[in-house]
Design a protein around this ligand. Structure first.
Ligand code: NAI
Length: 679
């Protein structure tokens, strides 16, 4: 069209085409808003009888420009632009494709007519960044779709398809061929002008259903505010439109300055930042097709499922035929689970299964591009696996270990081509957990890392670069967190108090419930293996070992930090455990004292933040973004708190430093305090 601004108006006869070209997602940045504002004026002064709003690139407007959200809003404001479009004497048609989200959806609802390409997705995802829509979204949506659907869209960030919206008459047509051609045909045979959406009557929910929704949303939000605030805003649609819109806008602007929204925006940007560490910039990753997974136990089977779902072929190698068959069954049953839960279709299930081969000899790895080892946590077993793999695989095939606590440098000692070796540390269950630590050894090549990151992206994981230390980023922080939790036990708190405090902070589970769920034995084995090297000045609490010795290994053994009578998974306080804890305190002459929930949170957060800072100081993690993403995607840190490092920024380092000082004073010699927290 020969237009060099992001919003371009061209008149063709009686039709005005308004095209937005603001890559990558045509966000409603200030320049787009003012372009649209001008377009309304220009079109009203022209001979055009209808305007068609369409976007270049892969999608219609997919949201606001979040980089603008930290500053004061710049005019023209989106709600005013939407109102001008809605009230324009010239009817506007929104011609949409891709994902119509946030401001895009709000603009679409302000248009007189809506036509979409097949499978276009619609949504108001503001809740995912701690906001409510600010341009009439919560007021127009219930005037266009039933309130229940509006709640699902605004409070949960659910998306709906063009097909669903067409059934509800919320859009006018689905394009059958080319969107432009169909929009033009629609414009040439316009139906009578319907009532503006803002002038329609909003749908409602009966009071009892409304209360039930409120309860459901509160339970799901785990302390987060914005889902409920979205509900409040939707219910304002019962007011006259102008009043509802005023309230919506005021709350939207307030929320831009909320800690919750700052945290969620931080998480949004951090997710993008960690995917592109400096070391891989500009490097084209290798193409991978065939992946070998060695060891098909808990982790190997989960990894194989994730890799199959990402479209690769997988050869799963076990020790013998029986183990290979069992491993294959584990993968198939995981895939079946996905099928039953509606995550994949029958044909996808069959396709994934067809790409899986199981074997019990290393020759099966010939011709594979990448091998991921997930055998027993034993350095000699792992070394032997890599020797065998290196002898059959190509010299440039990538070799990865999934070890949690062993030193990868030791595992790969003596393997030819150390630049192709790295750690790919998955989290359990590997087909579900989003985090992938990409562990860089001293000799790992940038090409190998770039391929590791591309592989992680293909698996839809959040890949984070980690250096080598005991536990890498995540498990090292977990160890600090658990250590302080055990100091608290020794000094006066009980597991249920600590768990309740951390749940109130926003975790789905506290540290002891979580250990019971995943099992206590791995950490126990690890403690035993490291016993010789433990720092003797550091406090060591034996309660956990005593529990394991008593056969209390977690939910699977029917008891752990809690009792699980019968088949129950609900943690019940255990008299035996509490007596054991109190026994430990008295045997060590500790006078137990009460800890409030806030004090527990303050201490556990302080050690997490402290460890995160040390990890960054040591160069194990590249940035606060890396630490926060590990915590959110691997350890259940509440996303709406942004991660421990973002939380530290929010509450102020001085407060964290004071808390760490108290932690340090109660367990002298047990903590290394990060430079930034030393007064
Ligand atoms: P697992 O005991 O469930 O599975 C290990 C599998 O490896 C078994 O099926 C075994 O038959 C097989 N295996 C052993 N030696 C083998 C060999 N030489 N060749 C082929 N297969 C062999 O163990 P899990 O939990 O799956 O752990 C595997 C690795 O993943 C360990 O290094 C562990 O530290 C790591 N990891 C474990 C996590 C967890 O939550 N369990 C999380 C992240 C990493």
């Amino acid at each position: 069209m020969g237009c060099d601004t992001p919003v371009c108006v061209s008149l063709k006869g009686k039709i005005a085409w308004v095209e937005i070209d603001n890559p990558p997602v045509n966000a409603t940045s200030a320049v787009v808003r003012s372009g649209l504002d001008d377009a309304v004026t220009v079109i009203e002064q022209s001979d055009a009888t209808v305007a068609i709003l369409i976007c270049a690139g892969r999608t219609f407007i997919a949201g606001g420009d979040m980089s603008e959200f930290d500053a004061a809003p710049q005019p023209p404001h989106l709600p005013d632009v939407v109102t001008r479009i809605e009230n324009s004497s010239v009817p506007w048609i929104a011609a949409m494709h891709g994902t119509v989200l946030g401001g895009g959806m709000e603009l679409a609802m302000g248009c007189t007519y809506r036509i979409a390409a097949p499978e276009t997705q619609f949504g108001l995802p503001e809740v995912s960044v701690g906001l409510i829509p600010g341009a009439g979204g919560t007021q127009r949506l219930p005037r266009l779709v039933p309130m229940q659907m509006a709640i699902n869209i605004a409070c949960q960030g659910q998306r709906v398809s063009a097909e669903t919206l067409l059934d509800l008459n919320a859009i006018d047509a689905i394009a059958k061929g080319d969107l432009r051609a169909d929009a033009l045909a629609f414009a040439n045979a316009l139906p009578p002008r319907p009532k503006a959406v803002s002038q329609r009557i909003a749908s409602t929910l009966a009071p009892d259903l409304r209360d039930a929704e409120r309860e459901k949303i509160t339970a799901r939000a785990k302390g987060q505010d914005s889902p409920l605030l979205n509900l409040d805003a939707l219910l304002w649609s019962a007011l006259p439109f102008a009043e509802g819109q005023r309230k919506e806008r005021a709350l939207h602007l307030d929320l831009r300055n909320s800690a919750e929204s700052r945290a969620l925006r931080h998480a949004f940007f951090a997710e993008r930042e960690v995917r592109r560490p400096a070391v891989i910039k500009g490097i084209t990753p290798d193409k991978l097709e065939k992946i070998a997974v060695i060891g098909g136990g808990l982790m190997g089977a989960g990894i194989a499922s994730a890799v199959l779902s990402a479209g690769y072929s997988v050869t799963l190698i076990e020790r013998d035929e029986q183990a290979a068959n069992a491993a294959r069954m584990r993968v198939v049953s995981t895939l079946k689970g996905a099928l039953q839960r509606g995550k994949i279709t029958e044909s996808m299930f069959l396709d994934h299964k067809a790409r899986l081969v199981s074997a019990f000899n290393y020759a099966a790895a010939v011709g594979h591009d990448l091998a991921i080892e997930a055998v027993f946590e034993d350095v000699t077993v792992k070394q032997d696996v890599f020797r065998q793999l290196a002898s059959v695989m190509a010299d440039n095939a990538i070799l990865a270990t999934n070890t949690s606590y062993l030193n990868p440098t030791e595992i790969f000692a003596g393997i030819e081509g150390p630049e192709r070796c790295l750690g790919l540390h998955f989290f359990s269950p590997a087909h579900i957990m989003k985090l992938l630590e990409v562990v860089r050894l001293p000799d790992t090549g940038a090409q190998t890392l770039a391929t590791g990151f591309a592989f992680g992206n293909q698996l839809r994981k959040v890949a984070v670069l980690a250096g080598i230390c005991d536990g890498f980023i995540g498990n090292r922080m977990l160890a600090a967190y658990r250590r302080e939790a055990e100091y608290l036990l020794a000094d006066g708190a009980l597991p249920y108090q600590i768990d309740a405090a951390m749940r109130s902070f926003g975790y789905a589970m506290g540290p002891f419930e979580a250990q019971d769920m995943s099992g206590l034995q791995i950490a126990w084995a690890n403690r035993k293996a490291k016993a010789m090297h433990r720092d003797p000045t550091q406090r060591y609490i034996t309660i956990s070992d005593q529990l394991c010795q008593a056969g209390r290994l977690g939910q699977r053994s029917g008891k752990g930090w809690y009792d699980y009578p019968g088949e129950s998974r609900k943690p019940m306080r255990s008299g035996e455990v509490e007596a054991l804890i109190e026994g430990f305190s008295s045997a060590n002459s500790i006078t137990r004292r009460d800890y409030s929930g806030d004090e527990i949170i303050e201490r556990l957060l302080a050690v997490l933040i402290n460890e995160g800072m040390l990890i960054i100081e040591e160069g194990i993690a590249e940035s606060v973004a890396a630490v926060d993403m590990v915590q959110i995607h691997g350890y259940g840190f509440p996303r709406w708190r942004g991660g421990p490092m973002q939380y530290a920024t929010e509450i102020g380092l001085e407060r964290v430093a004071k808390a760490m000082e108290r932690v340090d004073a109660e367990s002298p010699g047990s903590w290394i305090v990060a430079t930034k927290l030393k007064n």
